[in-house]
Ligand binder design. Structure first.
Ligand SMILES: Nc1nc2c(ncn2[C@@H]2O[C@H](COP(=O)(O)OP(=O)(O)OP(=O)(O)O)[C@@H](O)[C@H]2O)c(=O)[nH]1
Ligand SMILES: [Mg+2]
Ligand SMILES: [Zn+2]
Length: 307
């Protein structure tokens, strides 16, 4: 039995790195993880044990998966409770955001942050494409960045295209496994290429018709860079569902709401209609951003109607 790390998962086969060597692996029929209703039992970043095939020593069969430190999931496209694990055992996620071409809505950012918080994965926000910002975009992005920095999220304004801020991103990546996430077309693969030009990942322009990305990257894949840095480039995600959270715990994944919850009169306060709610007072006073509270309420409604 060999130990390795999954570098690519296509759903039908997996690229596993062991030592300096890559092996093409399939999974054993009955490999299922307890407790996770996932469409993919093995994800990029998983530490696995595998056996080599006798007839082809470059191929193998994954027999078991080691316990995950964490993982990032999205709800499957069909509205079942099934989830899709995008990557496992990651040290941080860089969420790439563009406010135009394509649009990233604040609600999407907030969903992503809450989910990552629930799964204990730190997120850094990268506002990309600063090279094309006009005055209005510069002001809008600065205001949004300030909201997230005030809550404690590290945020950078960058350009994967002309290199602005890329050195800072690289600095944060030393000795870590970093996942790049965001809508299609925000520049995840372009940023990976900027960090390591010999990756030569495929990128494609935004569709002129829909002002959206073209889903150029189709599978998550991990790459080794110098200085013990690892990147996981991922396909663009559209919607992002927060998975399996009770309405009572949702607020815990909004750091600014969590910080105030002990000041609410009721300890099971959902911060919607309850009297003497410290969170609502903070929203009224402008201490909590209205957009964040709106996202919270939207998620709360979804989680409640889901049950
Ligand atoms: N002006 C500008 N364009 C950028 C920047 N970063 C990426 N782009 C462009 O945006 C388009 C999409 O970039 P990709 O790197 O393919 O985007 P992606 O996030 O990997 O998209 P998917 O693989 O579809 O999820 C390409 O035309 C890039 O050249 C940037 O900083 N500035
Ligand atoms: Mg891509
Ligand atoms: Zn409250």
């Amino acid at each position: 039995m060999r130990k390795g790390v999954v570098y690519k998962s296509t759903g039908s086969w997996y690229l596993v790195k062991s030592g300096a060597q890559f092996y093409e692996c399939i999974i054993k029929g009955k490999l299922r993880l307890q407790g996770i209703k996932s469409t993919n039992p093995v994800a990029v970043g998983d530490h696995v044990q595998f056996e080599l095939l006798e007839k082809d020593p470059m191929k193998g069969v994954i027999a078991s998966i080691e316990e995950r430190k964490n993982y990032i999931v999205r709800r499957s496209v069909n509205l079942s409770k099934q989830t899709h694990i995008i990557a496992a055992n990651i040290d941080q996620v860089f969420l790439l955001v563009t406010l135009q071409q394509p649009i990233t809505h604040l609600a999407f950012i907030d969903r992503f942050l809450a989910t990552a918080q629930a799964y204990r994965v730190p997120v850094v926000l990268l506002f990309n494409k600063v090279d094309v910002f006009d005055q209005a975009a510069t002001e809008a992005v600065s205001a949004i960045k300030a909201v997230y920095e005030a809550i404690g999220y590290t945020s950078l304004i960058i350009s994967a295209k002309n290199g602005t801020g890329v050195a800072e991103v690289r600095q944060m990546m030393q000795n870590k496994v970093s996942m790049f996430a965001g809508h299609s077309g925000v520049g995840k693969s372009t940023l990976a290429n900027a960090l390591s030009p010999n990756l030569e990942l495929l990128t494609a322009p935004i569709s002129a018709q829909h002002q959206q990305g073209q889903h150029t990257t189709t599978f998550a894949q991990m790459f080794d860079l110098e200085d013990n840095m690892r990147i996981v480039d991922t396909p663009g995600i559209k919607g992002f569902g927060v998975v399996d959270m009770s309405p009572e715990e949702l607020g815990d994944y909004f750091p600014e709401i969590f910080a105030l919850k002990n000041n609410c009169k009721f300890n099971n306060c959902l911060h919607t209609k309850e009297p003497q709610c410290a969170v609502r007072t903070a929203v009224d006073d402008g201490e909590i951003a209205a957009s964040r509270y709106r996202s919270y309420k939207q998620l709360l409604e979804e989680e409640t109607s889901y049950r």
